[in-house]
Ligand binder design. Structure first.
Ligand SMILES: Cc1ncc(COP(=O)(O)O)c(C=O)c1O
Length: 437
């Protein structure tokens, strides 16, 4: 057995100090804190792949617009609760340009990040019909969304889509929907953590079942158009970002400034409610609020109660970024495609040293190179692999925390620096030697 880059004892003691019984269940923040402590004590650099935060400068278009807005004095004014009219217009136009869907500005509602968008959506969806008290996750997924439901005391069900791609998705979804308790279905596409992308035929299944069983689809587009296998960057030109919006009227699209525009710090996104859903009234909402439609309750009741709108200057930033993208003057995907390049190099290193990709294809096509990828190692559980890699100065989170039933880890490319490919190669060579397959 060759020595590991970080002394095993140091990692074991650090994990013990955090009182984590099962490292497979450690949260992102815990993994980050343990890696930081071990790095400081060992004096050996960690290759950090646990956090899913942007590692690039914020979009200059957004920063400029936001500074100008502040200089023009908007900070003293409460933003319109419905959203800045220019942002609503641009969000609607952006959806037409990049998804090829018609959605009126009225339904495009600024939120303090998609995080608030899902919170407000979960809450509103859960109040529409008292028989429908459960949210269904097409997992793997973003763990904080389940925490949101725990915080608000709502129920959820979940399944790992790994074994239910393509036609199999229909029967699986129906096994939940026929029970009549599901108010909404949520998934991200491209998916955090697996980077699978649901295909048109799968989105059609979801959309048609949503109409049939009268449930609302919450389509989380946090990684908008970041399936780099195709060039989705040309406004008003195919190919477009795939969306369930082509197959049902019961949907909310969650578009975030955080990843596509590296604008996470300003907490800005738009929740885009379909025209039909916006104007629909529900008995549960009428009973609770004395009136209103899905759209007006979402804005005037829920968002008003949560934060009374969204940071005024950030709305100017997002309006400018969306406008520049739709005008074809700003190719936002050019700025973020480096994540795909990093994933390509990192995957090659891991695969060469005996690892495999866990979620590796979309109905037969290899998954795209993007913000995340998933890896496993023969004979190791998620928890064992996550812990073992810490001895090699590599930090990543276990798939268990994402609702996946597969053994493996999520690796994020956002913090990788150029000199770390050689470092990873060296360390994984030792790993492979120490763990012959
Ligand atoms: C799938 C998914 N949804 C939502 C978010 C949060 O987005 P925002 O920063 O807009 O709140 C993230 C961030 O990591 C994510 O991965």
């Amino acid at each position: 057995m060759r020595n590991t880059p970080i002394e095993r004892k140091l990692i074991d003691e650090t994990i013990e100090a955090f009182q984590i019984a099962d490292f497979g269940k450690a949260t992102i923040r815990e993994v980050k804190a343990i890696a930081a402590k071990a790095e400081a004590e060992a004096g050996v650099e960690f290759i950090k792949m646990e956090m899913g935060v942007p590692g690039l400068p914020a979009s200059a278009v957004g920063v400029k617009a936001e500074i100008e807005a502040l200089q023009n004095g908007i900070a003293s004014l409460y933003p319109d609760i419905n959203g800045l009219p220019a942002l609503k217009e641009e969000a609607s136009r952006f959806i037409k340009a990049f998804i090829n869907v018609d959605l009126k500005p009225e339904g495009c509602v600024p939120v303090t990040g998609s995080m608030q968008g899902t919170f407000a959506s979960f809450l509103t969806c859960s109040q529409c019909d008292e028989k429908k008290d459960t949210i269904l996750f097409i997992d793997p997924g973003f763990p904080v969304q389940k925490q949101q439901l725990v915080v608000m005391g709502q129920k959820f069900e979940t399944f790992d889509v790994y074994d239910y791609r393509g036609d199999k998705l229909k029967e699986k979804l129906e096994s939940y929907l026929t029970k009549g308790n599901i108010s909404a279905i949520v998934y991200s596409n491209p998916n955090n953590p697996s980077w699978i992308c649901l295909k048109e035929e799968e989105l059609r299944i979801i959309g048609e079942l949503a109409t049939q069983y009268d449930v609302i689809v919450l389509e989380d587009l946090a990684y908008f158009a970041m399936d780099f296998r195709q060039d989705l960057s040309k406004p008003f030109q195919a190919p477009f970002q795939p969306s369930v919006a082509h197959y049902t009227d019961n949907y909310v699209l969650l578009i975030s400034g955080s990843k596509a525009f590296s604008y996470a710090g300003q907490r800005i996104g738009v929740s885009c409610i379909s025209d039909k859903l916006y104007h629909r009234s529900y008995s549960g909402l009428t009973k609770r609020y004395g009136g209103g439609t899905f759209g007006t309750v979402f804005i005037h009741r829920v968002l008003y109660a949560l934060s009374s709108g969204t940071s005024h200057s950030a709305q100017y930033a997002l309006a400018a970024m969306l406008k520049a993208a739709s005008d074809g003057q700003y190719n936002f995907l050019n700025e973020v495609k480096i994540y795909g390049e990093r994933a390509h190099k990192l995957k090659e290193i891991f695969l060469r040293h005996g690892f495999h990709l866990v979620y590796d294809n979309d109905l037969g096509n290899p998954v795209a190179d993007g913000f995340y990828f998933t890896i496993g190692y023969p004979g190791m559980t998620s928890g064992e692999l996550a812990k073992e890699l810490m001895y090699y100065g590599v930090s990543a989170i276990s798939l268990i925390t994402t609702g996946s039933h597969q053994e493996g880890l999520r690796a994020c490319t956002s913090f990788i620096q150029d000199h770390q490919y050689a470092q990873l190669d060296e360390r994984m060579a030792i790993f492979a030697e120490n763990h012959p397959v």
